[in-house]
Design a binder for this molecule. Sequence first.
Ligand SMILES: C[S@@+](CC[C@H](N)C(=O)[O-])C[C@H]1O[C@@H](n2cnc3c(N)ncnc32)[C@H](O)[C@@H]1O
Length: 286
Amino acid sequence: MGDMATMQQNDTAARLSLRRGAGALMARASRKLAAMANAVEWESPAEAVHWGQRMPPRRLRDHLCGTVFLLDDFYVQSAVVEATRLSAQLGHLPGTAVLDVGSGLGRLVTGMLIEFGDDVDYLGIEPNREFYEWCVSHLESEHPSYRFRHIDIASELYNPQGAVDGAEVVLPVPDASIDVVYCWGVFTNAIPAHVARYISEFARVIRPGGKVFFTAYVEDDCPEVTFNPEDYVPFDLIVPLHVVRYSTEWLDDQLRTHGFQVLDHRYHGGMFPMQSEYTVSRTASS
Ligand SMILES: C[S@@+](CC[C@H](N)C(=O)[O-])C[C@H]1O[C@@H](n2cnc3c(N)ncnc32)[C@H](O)[C@@H]1O
């Protein structure tokens, strides 16, 4: 018994030390990249193309919660990584219906165009009108199989004047019509009522066997929700909802309530420090 307790203590200490080590490395890398990003020219032409892909103006990219997105190479490479995730992890095949919730500046589409071309079934939902308009005029207009919809959801960070309450939002797709829901970097900055509503909506729209991917700040042994937690991420928290952290228990409870089981949980495995990645699907009986 004593040996078991010692082993458990050592295991916990090792995991904590690994986590701190990984966090420090990520922090150093992102500080370096952020410094490089700060050195790039701020203004970029509206019609810029990089590696054959339309590039959103840096002025808009700066709002994606990562200064590194100002670097053209990083932006396109990260897009390809996300598109590859669709096929490698989320079962994307020709004909797969993808719903991108919080599609931002269409970063996933940039990667999908490189990986899959135009033969796709894609819908992006976005509350920020400027982001949405850029996507329509620079992505959808040239590649109409990539469709975008604006929903005026209020978000203190991205759409403060929005008229739609995120706690009551209805995704504009029929029940059981979507194979992959993709939701990168949305729960990370969303209040609990919005996260809870989305999990319920995902349960409605996902087809049997479909997969839902999202990123979030989630930790054991912390309050259900903490806004801009102190001493948590290695960057300054300067805007409301910059970081919204949930307890594992709260998130698990939301998922369970709507019949989801976790297929893959990459703790702190996200692109940015402390972000975790989840892939979930609905159980056969739910
Ligand atoms: C960090 S950005 C990520 C954008 C995109 N998913 C990507 O990977 O590049 C977060 C996006 O979520 C959108 N957003 C914020 N609150 C939302 C909500 N309640 N519903 C849908 N989208 C939301 C923001 O407008 C923003 O475009």
